[in-house]
Write a protein that binds this ligand. Structure first.
Ligand code: UDP
Ligand code: MG
Length: 325
């Protein structure tokens, strides 16, 4: 049996890249999605891969198709949720199942081109722990969808308490360290792109034009879209809870000024409204404290440690030199 000589350099380990695909009623497209992702991943010479499909409670033939795909391809692993929990919990389930050194999350409908994954992996190998797909154009989305998404990302960026990458969805590569940080968070982690921004790892992006769906119809109803935006705003920003104080103080200031200028006492109703708004805001502040305590996130995330002269990046596995770009 050949044994390595003591002190011989460790042979480089081939990294494993996981691809996580959340699916909800995607029977029309899922087999094609598997083919396209497999083809791209097989072309990556310096990496192994696995594909984790998460069936988010589909009621069509998605699960049957996936089980036959998994029988034919040993690199495919499947997870089935008990019911439809939504895309974000589906992705979290996939992140928990994935074993890769890096994990790519991608929609099942081929709106995010799998052909971009090698460019993401290359950035990761250069030392980037987060590589997001950034939609430079959205020719495949309706004007309503593209317009509301554009506005939402700008409002979110303005109001968020931490950085949130604009124009990125859930097509993203995450280093193992980032995946561990996210999957260890307690509680209901509803808005992954916000969490990635909160976690704070160095992030870069690759641009792409978002194509139309390959087949089937959007599973994001207007209701689900509003729920996701609401969740994003509420989990990334304290502004909604602070709004009453701003309204109350602004109102009291403006009505007081108007009364002085008009040399009349301030109407009782104006006082009442302003004071009520401020008091609501004070309650909002207490709720924020409770909210932060209850969600139990750590106060910080360590990105690197230095001890004497050794620099050990926590985030980046792909880069043996330890240069975090
Ligand atoms: N999806 C999911 N659960 C849901 C809704 C959607 O897993 O409740 C998946 C869906 O199968 C797709 C991705 O999330 O892989 C994005 O959904 P879709 O393409 O319908 O959204 P859109 O691109 O229209 O925003
Ligand atoms: Mg889509």
């Amino acid at each position: 049996m050949s044994q390595r000589k003591p002190g011989a350099p460790t042979p480089p380990r081939i990294p494993l890249i996981s691809v996580v695909v959340p699916c909800y009623n995607e029977e029309e497209v899922i087999a094609q999605t598997h083919r396209r992702i497999s083809k791209v991943m097989a072309s990556l010479e310096a990496a192994e891969h696995e594909i984790v499909f998460v069936d988010d409670g589909s009621r069509d033939r998605t699960w049957d198709i996936l089980t036959s795909v998994a029988r034919a391809d040993a690199r495919v692993r499947l997870v089935r949720l008990t019911r439809n929990f939504g895309q974000q919990p589906g992705i979290m389930a996939g992140l928990s199942e994935a074993r890769g050194d890096a994990v790519v999350t991608i929609d099942a409908d081929l709106q995010d081109p799998p052909e971009l994954i090698p460019a993401m992996v290359e950035r990761w190998a250069q030392g980037w722990p987060v590589v997001s797909g950034r939609r430079s154009e959205r020719p495949g989305d309706s004007r309503f969808k593209a317009g509301t998404a554009y506005a939402f990302y700008r409002v979110l960026e303005f109001l968020a308490d931490h950085p949130v990458a604009v124009d990125t969805g859930d097509f993203r590569l995450l280093d193992r360290a980032v995946v561990e940080t996210l999957t260890r968070l307690p509680g209901d982690t509803g808005f992954i792109r916000g969490l990635v921004g909160w976690a704070g790892y160095d992030e870069t992006s690759v641009e792409y034009a978002r194509e139309p769906r390959s087949a089937g119809r959007s599973k994001y109803t207007l209701r689900k879209m509003v729920a996701l935006s609401h969740r994003g705003l509420m989990t990334c920003s304290a502004a909604p809870a602070r709004l009453p104080v701003a309204v109350g103080v602004g109102w009291l200031g403006a009505t007081a000024l108007a009364s002085v200028l008009r040399r009349r006492p301030m109407p009782a109703a104006a006082w009442t409204f302003g004071c009520e708004a401020v008091l609501l805001g004070v309650l909002g502040e207490y709720l924020l404290v409770v909210h932060h305590e209850a969600r139990g996130r750590p106060a910080y995330v360590v990105g690197a440690r230095v001890s004497q002269r050794a620099v050990k990046p926590v985030a980046v596995l792909a880069n043996p030199e330890g240069q975090v770009s």
